[in-house]
Design a protein around this ligand. Structure first.
Ligand code: HEM
Length: 402
């Protein structure tokens, strides 16, 4: 396979047709090697071991203010990138370590575990009406979207009634994180969303400062986050949690259910043996990851799979391709929940490993067995519609009959 073919596959990924089913295109990239330099200062990583090495390695960094100043002067005129640069996602040590520690002090395993009963009740409250109505419904609208939103609202202490206001803004803000971000209209929508969400949290913080509650925002304030991290950083962090909580878990639920509808033998097995749900959720995360890509740059000269990676090289890490690397996962294109060994990189790895992974797992682990138990005739009720996104892969519509 030639570099020309790999380049053509990259171009296809930037089209709606390519995004609809990117997996064959990832294979064309992989055929040219697990680490593929494509032009000066840019390489694509499709190998599991190599992506893992980059995510964990100290020689590789996320895009931060200093990197942007060098590569993209003028980036500060984009409000959504200014917002991102204040979050831990676009910070490196020691700043990242400080923010992560502060965020972790409020996002504790105890707090996630304490949410278990709430998550179960919320899932029940969404699924029971579907069972009672017995009518076809859109799974995305009725369960996959409202469940994670209600959970993140409960965690943050955001009034649930505001969630319809959040929905379009959270959706628009993720446009700033897309792989081929740069379309002026999309960036303008992302910018407006980042401003409006920022203002929302400034007000909510002031309210919680006056009247603390039993929620994460109040915990963060009590831990001194507003002072230590600076108000702007705290606001940026809360916006990040909100959109991370909105988009990704919704897509885990949708992508996972799509597999069960498509392969009813798996739905039947999980219905019979709900204790297998943890393995099913891990395989859903591997098979069709909600976050397909991320990126890093080389802070110093490096070598990956025998390929020289000079300092400054930008690396596109295709997590969803790493998840189908045949050197790590046998029969990678099959959904096989009984796999063993290290998990996929669908929550990342290393210092930026997903802060919300335990929460996302908890939601999926509670929702799938409940769905299968309450909806005995669960099947597809017509064609599903994919979102036209590459980075955040999911559905807009997933019709089901209960
Ligand atoms: C299935 C659901 C989810 C998936 C697939 C997912 C995926 C990811 C991935 C791949 C990263 C690493 C990005 C990188 O290294 O460049 C990440 C980071 C992060 N995620 Fe998630 N995520 C999910 C749910 C959540 C939830 C529910 C929250 C919060 C409530 C959350 C909060 C975060 C935060 C704050 C980071 C940044 C961590 C850091 O930079 O240190 N995620 N997530």
């Amino acid at each position: 396979m030639t570099v020309q073919d790999a380049l053509a596959a990259m171009q296809m990924l930037a089209t709606a047709e390519g995004r609809a089913d990117p997996y064959p295109l990832y294979e064309r990239l992989r055929a040219a090697g697990p680490v593929l330099p494509l032009g000066e200062g840019f390489a694509v990583v499709t190998g599991y071991a190599e992506a893992d090495q980059v995510l964990r390695g100290t020689g590789f960094r996320v895009t931060d203010e200093a990197a942007l100043d060098g590569s993209l002067p003028g980036w500060r005129s984009v409000a959504s990138w200014r917002w991102l640069s204040r979050t831990m996602l676009w910070r490196n040590a020691p700043d990242h370590t400080r923010l992560r520690r502060l965020a972790g002090s409020a996002f504790t395993p105890r707090r996630v575990a304490a949410l278990r009963a709430d998550v179960a009740a919320l899932a029940e409250g969404l699924i029971a009406p579907l069972a009672a109505a017995g009518e076809p419904a859109d799974f995305m609208d009725t369960v996959a979207y409202p469940l994670p939103v209600s959970v993140i609202c409960a965690l943050l202490g955001v009034p649930d009634t505001d969630r319809d206001w959040f929905r379009p803004r959270a959706h628009d803000l993720t446009l700033a994180l897309e792989v081929f971000a740069g379309d002026p209209d999309e960036l303008a929508r992302a910018d407006a969303a980042s401003d409006e969400l920022g203002e929302y949290f400034v007000e909510l913080l002031a309210r919680r400062q006056r009247e603390p509650g039993d929620d994460m925002i109040s915990d963060l304030l009590a831990a001194g986050a507003a002072g230590e991290a600076g108000g702007a950083e705290l606001v940026a962090h809360l916006v990040l949690l909100l959109i991370a909580g909105f988009e990704t878990t919704t897509n885990l639920l949708g992508n996972g259910l799509a597999v069960l509808l498509d392969q009813p033998e798996h739905a039947a097995r999980l219905r019979d043996r709900p204790e297998l749900v943890d393995a099913y959720v891990e395989e859903m995360l591997r098979y069709d990851p909600p976050v397909q890509v991320t990126s890093r740059y080389a802070a110093q000269d490096a070598e990956l799979a025998g390929v020289a990676v000079p300092a400054g090289t930008e690396l596109l890490l295709v997590l969803a391709a790493a998840a189908r690397d045949p050197r790590r996962f046998a029969e990678p294109h099959r959904f096989l929940p009984d796999r063993e060994g290290a998990p996929s990189l669908s929550f990342g790895a290393g210092p930026h490993y997903c802060l919300g992974a335990p929460l996302a797992r908890l939601e999926a682990q509670l929702a799938f067995p409940l769905l299968l138990e309450r909806l005995p005739g669960l099947r597809a009720a017509g064609p599903a519609t994919r979102r036209d996104r590459l980075g955040f892969r999911g559905y807009t519509r997933l019709p089901i009959t209960p």
